[in-house]
Write a protein that binds this ligand. Structure first.
Ligand code: FES
Length: 111
């Protein structure tokens, strides 16, 4: 099997609702990841593009978070409505979605 063209890690971490950091998947049902998987399949990109469940990516305050490799693109505040354009614009066309991008200077900065 050839290497993946893109590998998307979708945070599916769930914490108790009273946790001050929040969590990307408060329901614990992996809904966002499943949207990615469905969109990859719908666009015929499987198995060259893969969306994997990830534990906490440590950018909780900016969630829901997904990171795409090899582009090394971090997106925050991702909702199901963003998934089609992430797949088309970033994964397929190689463009950055500025409205979702977590800038390098905001990564790994805990409050
Ligand atoms: S809970 Fe998603 S980045 Fe921490």
């Amino acid at each position: 099997m050839s290497k993946f063209e893109s590998h998307i890690f979708v945070c599916c971490n769930r914490r108790a609702t009273e946790n001050p950091r929040g969590s990307c998947d408060p329901s614990g049902c992996e809904k966002l990841r499943n949207y990615f998987k469905a969109e990859i399949t719908r666009r015929g990109r499987k198995p060259r593009v893969r969306a994997n469940k990830a534990g906490c990516l440590d950018q909780c305050e900016l969630g829901p978070v997904a990171v795409i490799y090899p582009q090394k693109t971090w997106y925050g505040g991702v909702g199901e409505q963003d998934v089609p354009r992430i797949i088309q614009d970033t994964v397929i066309d190689g463009k950055i979605l500025e409205d979702l991008l977590i800038a390098d200077e905001k990564l790994n900065v805990r409050k």
